[in-house]
Every structure is written in C-alpha cells, then in structure tokens.
Design a protein around this ligand. Structure first.
Ligand code: UDP
Length: 328
C-alpha cells in the first residue's frame, strides 16, 4: 500500500516524505511545484499537478494502491490571505473538497491533515487546548478550519477517518542538511532573521512591540519540522489500525517572543542582527502556545528536538549551506 502526500514538495511536506521513506513507506507525491521544490524530495514518486484537476487525480489514484493521504497542499501565508481571501478559499477549501471527493470515489478512508494554530485566533486561554474556542483572526486560519469541518462531515457520511494536526510554528531543517525551508517570498520569522547574518538583509523587522506580552512582541511556540513530520506518521498509523478521527495540537508548550527569538539567533550565529520595530502585521494574535498533551497521550508523540537554540542551529546549518535555498 502507498501513502499519497499532497503538497509533499513543500517545507513540512518534504520533511514528512523524508520520514515516511525512512520508515520504509511507499510514497506518492502530488505537488504543483508552485511553491514546492522538486529538489526537496529525497525519494518517492512525484506527480506534478493540481488536486483540483479531476482527470489528473484519477490517474494518481488508478496507478497506485493508496490507503492513506497526508494532505499539505494549500496556501499558508497569513498576510496574503488577508489581501486575497478568494485564493485561499479556492486553493484550500475547494481543493480539499476535490481531494475528499476523489478519496471517497476510490475508497480511501484515512487522511491526516495539515492544520494550524491559526484556527484558534486570539486564544481565550493559554496554553491552547483542542477544546479552546476557534475564531480565526485571518482568512488563512478560517479556510483551515473550514477544511477540518468538511472532513468531519465526510467522516459522518462516509466513515472517512481524519486526524487534523494543528501546528504551531514549524521551524528548523532536516538533520542531513539536505532539505530545509525555502519560501518565495519568505515571510517567516526565523529564515528572515537568518538572512541578516547571511548578508542578504540589513536588519530584521519586528512587527509590533505594543502587544500585551512581557516585552511587547508576539509570542509563538516553535516546533522542529521533523517532530511535526513524525506526528503525521503516528497519526496515519493510528488511522490505519482502526483509530478514530481527532484534532491534535502540535507544539513544544514553550513560548518565545519575537525579541527572544532574535536573541537566540544572535547567540547561534554570533552576528549582532540589528532589529527595527515596525507596525503590527494584520491578523497576528499576541500569544500562541500549544498544549500538546492530547497528541502525547493519544498518538504517543514525543518531540525530540524541543530546544529553540537547537532548532535555530539546524535552520542555520541549512541556510548556510543553501543561502539561496534550492536554487543554490
Ligand atoms: N514576524 C516579525 N518579523 C518578520 C516576520 C515575522 O516580527 O519579519 C513576527 C510575526 O508578526 C509573528 C511571529 O514573528 O508574530 C511569527 O511569524 P511567522 O510569519 O514566522 O509565523 P506565523 O506565526 O505567522 O505562523
């Protein structure tokens, strides 16, 4: 049997493909390569195309014996989603509808879904539990929540089991140094910070220092991408062995402010990394910290790379070796 990974050439997708291959799985990847990179795939069989293309997806399901899907294919930029929500509804919500319909048509009953802490919005309490209120403050989070709900109704109607993994802030790179983060344009904090010691950027912008946090900058929970990847495999195997659907947070449970992240990066790189305070970015909640107790308890998930300096070190190793990402 094979695993279909949609969006498998992207950042978290490619690290999950790497772990699936290491676990001896047969891996099929569907990716438009719009944001993903062919070079990010350490193996597997790649189909280049769009999950909304029914004929293309018929080929993928007919040519392979797929029993589980891990679904990453989506747009995932908070800022862009505020400017262009239609793109997010089309790619994310309609794309997922097309995928679920195809899975149903071909009798594939297991899906692990790449969700996000952005489904919560501004949390009413931290650390955030899966039972917290979900009121997204940006269109990206709203579409991911809609996708989760869609899966719930496919489960009710068709017995299609899903595990939705709500990630907090993915960071770091594969220990081999062969794959890592490469977005274009880059919008994420850690790779942008590291562009300063790489000589590609004069300073890092800090988006707002007037939040209700101890140093006024936003607090996030950074989790190593390989730990996220491992959770997908645990979730998939839980579904394969008859486990029930569920929603799980994935984070370290530790919060770091933007200023603290910059300080850690200064220590890791030995560079002063100048920072400039700028206005808030639309849609950013002040504090997002996960409680991942449920994932630890029910999936047996145990992050192995929890310390921020080690996470940033792994990212630094990747960016130093690939200053222009996969283009270099
Ligand atoms: N951020 C920042 N400067 C940047 C990029 C991000 O201050 O150049 C902040 C952003 O406002 C947020 C945190 O860093 O509070 C993490 O942002 P990122 O885009 O990495 O992840 P997100 O939390 O949006 O998923």
């Amino acid at each position: 049997m094979a695993v279909l990974v949609t969006g498998g050439a992207g950042y978290i997708g490619s690290h999950t493909v790497a772990e699936l291959l290491a676990a001896g799985e047969q891996v099929i990847i569907v990716d438009t390569l719009g944001q993903g990179h062919r070079e990010a795939l350490l193996g597997g069989k790649l189909y280049v195309g769009d999950i909304r293309d029914a004929d293309f997806m018929d080929g993928v399901f007919k040519e392979n014996e797929i029993d589980a899907v891990i679904h990453f294919a989506a747009n995932s930029l908070v800022g862009e989603s505020m400017q262009n929500p239609a793109k997010y509804y089309h790619n994310n919500v309609y794309g997922t509808l097309c995928l679920l319909e195809k899975m149903n048509e071909y009798g594939v009953k297991n899906i692990v879904f790449s969700s996000t802490a952005a489904t919560y919005g501004e949390p009413d309490s931290v650390p955030i539990q899966e039972t917290n209120r979900t009121e997204p403050t940006n269109a990206y989070g709203e579409t991911k929540l809609a996708m989760e709900k869609m899966m719930r109704w496919f489960d009710t109607a068709h017995g299609m089991k899903y595990v939705s993994l709500r990630y907090f802030n993915a960071a770091g790179a594969h220990e081999s140094g062969k794959i890592g983060e490469d977005h274009s344009p880059e919008t994420h904090l850690i790779p942008l910070i590291l562009q300063v010691p790489l000589g590609q950027r004069q300073h890092i912008s800090v988006f707002g220092d007037d939040y209700a946090t101890p140093d006024g900058t936003c607090i996030r929970d950074y989790i190593h991408v390989t730990d996220l990847a491992d959770a997908h495999i645990l979730a998939m195997n839980k579904l394969r062995s008859g486990g029930d659907s569920g929603v799980y947070n994935l984070g370290s449970g530790n919060g770091f402010s933007v200023k603290e992240v910059i300080d850690v990066a200064r220590a890791v790189t030995g560079h002063p990394i100048p920072a400039v305070i700028e206005p808030r970015r639309a849609g950013d909640p002040a504090i997002l910290i996960a409680s991942s107790e449920k994932a630890r308890r029910e999936l047996g998930w145990k992050p192995a790379r929890e310390h921020l300096p080690a996470i940033i070190e792994s990212a630094w190793k990747w960016h130093q070796a690939h200053p222009n990402g996969y283009r270099s």
